[in-house]
Structure formats: C-alpha cells, structure tokens
Ligand binder design. Structure first.
Ligand SMILES: [Zn+2]
Ligand SMILES: [Zn+2]
Length: 78
C-alpha cells in the first residue's frame, strides 16, 4: 500500500526550481482527471516518461510547488 494514499506518511520534496517544499497534490491519475479530461489515457501514460514496468508496485504522485508552480511526478513505493 502506498503510504501517501493511506495518509501514513507525509513526504516533502524540494522544488528543483526554487527549493521550496513541494506539496503532494494527490495521485497523478486524479490530477489528470481533473485538469485534462480531453486527453486519452494512453497518451497520459507516455507523457510522464515512466515506462510501464517501472510503475509496478509504485504509486505515482504529483507534487506541486506553491511558490513557483512547478510540478513533478514521483513514484512512491507501495
Ligand atoms: Zn499513492
Ligand atoms: Zn518552486
């Protein structure tokens, strides 16, 4: 189980742009559901650059920097 999805753990990642702690904005898939409803799922899978086999047993989370608006996807071990 992913510790972030279950609320066991908070993870903060420094923004590569400005160094501010990025906030977890939920699972990547949910983010795209909200913001890119017009994009086909297969395209979204390729877009983040992670091959399918790397995702096994991992949960992609989207982190957003509230300071500069940068977004990064991190694979969290389940
Ligand atoms: Zn998760
Ligand atoms: Zn930033």
């Amino acid at each position: 189980m992913c510790p972030l999805c279950n609320g066991f753990q908070k993870i903060s990642i420094p923004c590569s742009n400005c160094g501010t702690s990025m906030v977890n904005s939920g699972r990547e898939a949910e983010y795209y559901d909200d913001y890119s409803p017009y994009m086909p799922i297969d395209m979204m899978k390729m877009e983040d650059g992670f091959p399918r086999n790397e995702r096994e047993g991992k949960c992609p989370h989207l982190f957003i920097c509230r300071n500069c608006g940068a977004a990064e996807v991190k694979l969290i071990k389940e």
